[in-house]
Write a protein that binds this ligand. Structure first.
Ligand SMILES: Nc1ncnc2c1ncn2[C@@H]1O[C@H](COP(=O)(O)OP(=O)(O)OP(=O)(O)O)[C@@H](O)[C@H]1O
Length: 324
C-alpha cells in the first residue's frame, strides 16, 4: 500500500496566489521521501495540506488509505509533524515533555512510560534526562522534538527542514536518528530540506518541485539516468584565485556551468569524452595547476541546478554560471 497519494492537487490562496498546481506524487510505505525546491516553490503549502492544517482548493489526497476530504480525523491519528520551530516546553524535563505529548494523544500512563523509555533508548537521549531542557543545544532540542513526535506511533512522520540551522555534527546525529526511525519503527518519512547532500544521503525517493509543480520524482539512480549531462571533476592544486580561474574558464565559452566546492571544480559539458579532453587542454593552455581530473556521475546539486536553473542554499557550495 502507498502511504501518501496526491492527485491533481491545487491550492489557490485568498489573495489569488496559486501555490500548488495539478500536483501529483506518491510516497511508498516505509520510505524516506524528500521534497526539494527553492524558496516559495510550495513545499510548506504542500506539507500544511497533507497534515490537514490547511484545506486544498481541489484534488484528491489519500494518506494510509484515508481520504483527506472526509477522513481527516483518521489521518491526524496516524501522522505526526515536526515543524521548523520546536514545540518543547522549556519549563519541563525531557521525560515530562514526552509524557505531556503522550497525554495529548490520549495514551495511558503505562503506555506513555514504556514508549518514552523506548524512544529515549533508541535516540540515545539518556544522558540528557538529568539536564534542564532550557540548557539544551539546538541539536538536542530538535532530537527531543522529533522523539516527542514519535510518542504516538505515527505511520507517517513529516519533517519540515529538520536540520536547518544546526552544525554539521548535530546534523549527522539527526540523520542517524531519521534512519533509526525508518529502520526500527518502519515509519514513512516525508522530509523537506534545502540541504542537497542530506536528501541524497537519506532518501529513497526525491521530488524536485518548482512554482507549485513537481519537476521530477524518483530514486537518486532514476534521477541520474534522467539527467544525462556529464560532469568533469577537476581538483586544483590550490584554492587561491579560484574566482579568477573560473572567470577565465567561463570566458572560453565552452562550459555549460561550473560549480565550485573548496578547490574542486564541477564542470558541466555536453559530451563526456570531448568535455574531458577539452577541459584538460584548457587547464593546461591557461597554466591552471590541477592534481586530478575525472568524468563524474552528476550529483543531486547538478540535477537540481538543471531542473531549477538556480542553486539552493548549501553552505559548502558556490555556483558560478557560465555559458547557457
Ligand atoms: N497564506 C498565504 N497566502 C498567500 N500566499 C501564500 C500563503 N502562504 C504561502 N503563500 C505563497 O505561496 C507560495 C508558496 O509558498 P510556500 O511557503 O509553500 O513555499 P516554500 O517552498 O515552503 O518556501 P520556503 O522554502 O521559503 O519555506 C509563495 O509564493 C508564497 O508567497
Amino acid at each position: 500500500m502507498e502511504a501518501i497519494i496526491v492527485k491533481e492537487l491545487s491550492k489557490i490562496f485568498k489573495n489569488g496566489k496559486k501555490a500548488l498546481s495539478n500536483f501529483n506524487l506518491t510516497v511508498s510505505q516505509g520510505e524516506i521521501f524528500s521534497l526539494l525546491g527553492q524558496n516559495g516553490a510550495g513545499k510548506s503549502t504542500l506539507i500544511n495540506i497533507l497534515t490537514t492544517f490547511i484545506l486544498p482548493t481541489s484534488g484528491e489526497i489519500t494518506i494510509m488509505g484515508h481520504n483527506l476530504k472526509n477522513e481527516s480525523h483518521n489521518i491526524r491519528n496516524c501522522i505526526s509533524c515536526v515543524a521548523q520551530h520546536t514545540s518543547i516546553d522549556k519549563h519541563m524535563s525531557l521525560k515530562e515533555n514526552l509524557e505531556f505529548q503522550g497525554r495529548l494523544f490520549g495514551l495511558d500512563s503505562t503506555a506513555i512510560h514504556a514508549r518514552s523509555e523506548e524512544l529515549i533508548q533508541a535516540f540515545n537521549l539518556t544522558e540528557y534526562c538529568d539536564f534542564n531542557v532550557s540548557e539544551y543545544s539546538g541539536g538536542v532540542a530538535r532530537r527531543l522534538d522529533i522523539a516527542m513526535s514519535m510518542i504516538s506511533h505515527p505511520k507517517v512522520l513529516f519533517l519540515d527542514e529538520p536540520t536547518v540551522g544546526l552544525d554539521i555534527e548535530s546534523r549527522q546525529i539527526l540523520w542517524q536518528m531519521i534512519k533509526t526511525i525508518q529502520e526500527k519503527f518502519n515509519t514513512t518519512i516525508f522530509l523537506t530540506t534545502h540541504y542537497l547532500e542530506e536528501a541524497q544521503l537519506l532518501s529513497n525517493t526525491i521530488c524536485i518541485m518548482k512554482d507549485g509543480q513537481p519537476l521530477i520524482q524518483g530514486s537518486m539512480e532514476e534521477l541520474r539516468q534522467y539527467f544525462s549531462e556529464p560532469v568533469i571533476r577537476v581538483e586544483l592544486n590550490t584554492v587561491d584565485n579560484i574566482a579568477a580561474i573560473v572567470e577565465r574558464l567561463n570566458a572560453q565559452n565552452f562550459f555549460k556551468h561550473i560549480r565550485v566546492e573548496e578547490k574542486t571544480l564541477y564542470v558541466s559539458v555536453d559530451d563526456s569524452s570531448e568535455g574531458f579532453a577539452k577541459t584538460n587542454l584548457l587547464l593546461t593552455e591557461n597554466n591552471i595547476g590541477f592534481c586530478a581530473i575525472e568524468i563524474q556521475n552528476p550529483s543531486l546539486s547538478d540535477i537540481f541546478l538543471k531542473f531549477t536553473s538556480k542553486p539552493i542554499r548549501n553552505e559548502l557550495l558556490n555556483d558560478y554560471t557560465g555559458r547557457k
